[in-house]
Design a binder for this molecule. Structure first.
Ligand code: VDX
Length: 287
């Protein structure tokens, strides 16, 4: 440990162990809860989609009914096409993930010591960024998808577009995932990055900026020391810098997501598509 190479202190080792445990307790890599979400509806290729222009004819031809359905609500929905067909499933996935991120946050040393208002400000501002970071675990460069078990829970760009998002977000989002994958982070680095992202003192509404900054500096110092001591010499070149750059990219993805989310939440005909927690965290324009 000579030549300015910081060494990992026992306290920093414990911090890393705590963060890894917090992440493992809140990230289920079997994705077995996903079947509890409202099911994904993919318009593309399905018979229902190809015939979305003739929902009434279709239902008469494909059933023993000889009359039009009395209430046309479901028919009108089908006639509207597959606009936002993936929104219920992805909104449930993201609402579920927010709950897991909250669970993770509560186990980070220093978070519970903040006042509730600051806890809320940090979570509201970083939730989508931490979700984007944690989702890298399910992302695969094989086909640029988030693969969470079966084909039903494999998410591609087209699926997210069917939740109302546009390429202005999705193209840089997938690029971000690919570049994150290429960094090939250790679990310690992955969890430290999520914690550093959460403890950003410059988020709107944060009162006790100094306390947040102190915790963030302790986390970044631990990350630097970890990379210096544990990351193979050939790989650690510029790794810390590249990780900090990812935080900047996350801010711009966050900003674009906010814009598109506002549009989606205004367009959504079925207000039940968006779960209450999601409305609280990302905003409820109709409230
Ligand atoms: O890794 O505006 C993780 C758990 C798993 C799966 C996962 C994937 C995340 C994805 C793939 C997680 C689908 C599209 C998502 C993307 C991250 C962000 C992006 C959810 C969530 C969407 C732009 C978010 C849209 C949300 C909304 C419709 C409300 O936790």
């Amino acid at each position: 440990g000579s030549h300015m190479t910081p060494q990992l202190l026992e306290e920093q080792e414990r911090l890393i162990a705590t963060l890894i445990e917090a992440h493992r307790k809140t990230y289920d890599a079997s994705y077995s809860d996903f079947s509890q979400f409202r099911p994904p509806k993919r318009g593309d290729g399905s018979p229902e989609c190809r015939n979305a222009t003739n929902p009434f004819l279709m239902s008469l031809l494909n059933s023993d009914m000889d009359e039009l359905p009395k209430a046309s609500a479901s028919g009108a929905e089908a006639a509207a096409g597959d606009e936002l067909s993936m929104l219920p499933h992805l909104a449930d996935l993201v609402s579920y993930s927010i709950q897991k991120v909250i669970g993770f946050a509560k186990m980070i040393p220093g978070f519970k010591e903040l006042c509730t208002e600051d806890q809320i400000s940090l979570l509201k501002a970083s939730a989508i960024e931490i979700i984007i970071l944690r989702s890298n675990e399910s992302f695969t460069m094989e086909d640029n998808s988030w693969t969470c078990g079966s084909n039903e829970f494999k998410y591609q760009i087209g699926d997210v577009m069917q939740a109302g998002h546009k390429l202005e977000l999705l193209e840089p989002l997938v690029k971000f995932q690919v570049n994150m994958k290429k960094l090939d982070l250790h679990e310690a680095e992955h969890v430290l990055l999520m914690a550093i992202c959460l403890f950003s003192p410059d988020r709107p509404g944060v009162q006790d900026r100094c306390r947040v900054e102190e915790v963030q500096e302790h986390l970044t110092e631990t990350l630097r020391a970890y990379i210096a001591c544990r990351h193979p010499l050939s790989c650690k070149h510029m790794l810390y810098t590249k990780m900090v750059e990812k935080l900047t990219e996350l801010r711009s993805l966050n900003e674009e997501h906010s814009k598109q989310y506002l549009q989606i939440s205004q367009d959504a005909v079925n207000k039940e598509d968006l779960p209450p927690l999601l409305l609280e965290v990302f905003g409820n324009p109709t409230a």
